[in-house]
Design a protein around this ligand. Structure first.
Ligand SMILES: NC(=O)c1ccc[n+]([C@@H]2O[C@H](COP(=O)([O-])OP(=O)(O)OC[C@H]3O[C@@H](n4cnc5c(N)ncnc54)[C@H](O)[C@@H]3O)[C@@H](O)[C@H]2O)c1
Length: 358
């Protein structure tokens, strides 16, 4: 059975139900992560914090050496926030890092989180497939590549899907699970159950589409933001400030559809009639973006971005972003979806532990 046909069941009643061959089969102890960069490290921290054993693969020797320290610091952050009962060093013993794909053989799920390059991702997926069992789920943390494209040429495409995390992956509750054309429903169900166990609030995409949900919406917003700046209508700082104080204030509380319910639907209909034809529809990467990237700017990673930073300021922004992520996580939990299920996961449980210690 392909994902599309039974998809309604998955988002509603079947997920969370216990059955012999159903989703709870994968409350796995052994998980693999390939690519221990920014996201792979926080994905590994998330899996470790929820009790899994993590076998990590990293091609770059320096990153391989640095990965345990990086993951340890993320676990220490969770512990500081009282989201972890065990000692970070103790938890870290459940992680191994190497360049040897054969170490993945016992993994029941492997998350691929290498650079966003189709041919390299395909090559890595092939190496993972050669190491693991045919039932092992392979989830690609791609930002925008459709899983159908990643399935092409695979040995067992039915267990390949997109598992899209948000950085910092050990804190955020976001997860998109995306079925490719050949994904079998049972694997999406298992990934969904695992997501709940990790304390995520996952969304399921029944069919894949480039950019999935959040990136399609976010990039539409980014295009318009560049248009406003490049047309001289507002400065970068003014665009940032407006979005932060309007969209940014309500978006953790509700999504756009609930927001329209809360604030009156007909006005949006009237505005759409006039405004939609006026919005930017360019298909080119904005010139400002091209210039910045050509100049070597990477953002706070090298203290060069849309804003100027000293190295100390860049570091401080990174730290503030982590602190803010914890606060938003707590806020989102306080105002949980009333008609949604509350995630029963390990981190959700430790959230309660955190509250009881306040
Ligand atoms: N950065 C984000 O906020 C974010 C959010 C969602 C999804 N993603 C996606 O996650 C993926 C990883 O992004 P990132 O920001 O962590 O990148 P990154 O460059 O920080 O990390 C990639 C890591 O993969 C390693 N690697 C590359 N080829 C490899 C191979 N063949 N075998 C093993 N390791 C290999 C690199 O050495 C590096 O350590 C990308 O597909 C990206 O689009 C990123």
């Amino acid at each position: 059975m392909k994902a599309g046909r039974k998809s309604r069941r998955l988002g509603q009643s079947s997920v969370g139900r216990r059955s012999g061959d159903g989703p709870h089969n994968l409350i796995c102890a052994n998980a693999g992560v390939v690519g221990m960069g920014l996201m792979g490290s926080s994905i590994a921290a998330c899996l470790l914090a929820a009790g899994h054993t993590v076998t990590a693969i990293e091609a770059d020797p320096a990153r391989r050496t640095g990965a345990p320290r990086q993951v340890l610091s993320l676990l220490e952050g969770l512990r500081k926030e009282r989201l972890l009962r065990l000692q970070p060093r103790e938890i870290l013993r459940r992680m191994s890092v190497s360049e040897d794909y054969s170490t993945l053989r016992l993994s029941r799920i492997v998350i691929e989180s290498i650079a966003e390059d189709l041919s390299v991702k395909r090559d890595v997926i092939r190496k993972i497939e050669e190491a693991v069992s045919p039932e092992t789920i392979i989830g690609s943390n791609t930002s925008a590549l459709p899983p159908t494209v990643l399935q092409q040429g695979a040995l067992h495409p039915e267990r390949i899907l997109g598992i899209h995390w948000a950085e910092p992956a050990h804190i955020t509750r976001f997860m998109e699970i995306i079925c490719g054309k050949d994904t079998q429903l049972v694997y999406a169900e298992r990934a969904f159950a695992l997501a709940r166990q990790l304390g995520k609030e996952p969304s399921l995409l029944h069919k894949d589409i480039r950019g999935f949900i959040t990136n399609r919406v976010m990039y539409a917003m980014l295009r318009e933001a560049f248009y406003l700046v490049e047309s001289g209508i507002a400065s970068i700082a003014d665009v940032d400030r407006s979005l932060r104080n309007d969209l940014g204030y309500w978006i953790t509380f509700v999504g756009p559809f609930r927001f329209m319910d809360l604030t009156g639907i007909p006005a949006y209909c009237a505005v759409m009639r006039d405004l939609l034809p006026d919005l930017d529809r360019s298909t080119q990467v904005p010139a400002l973006m091209e210039r910045l990237v050509k100049s070597g700017a990477k953002g706070i990673a090298n203290a060069r971005g849309f804003y100027d930073y000293t190295p100390a300021q860049a570091k401080r922004w990174g730290k503030r972003f982590l602190e803010f992520s914890y606060d938003v996580r707590a806020l989102a939990r306080k105002y949980a979806e009333e008609d949604g299920e509350i995630a029963p996961g390990t981190l959700a449980t430790t959230d309660k532990h955190r509250d009881s210690q306040k």
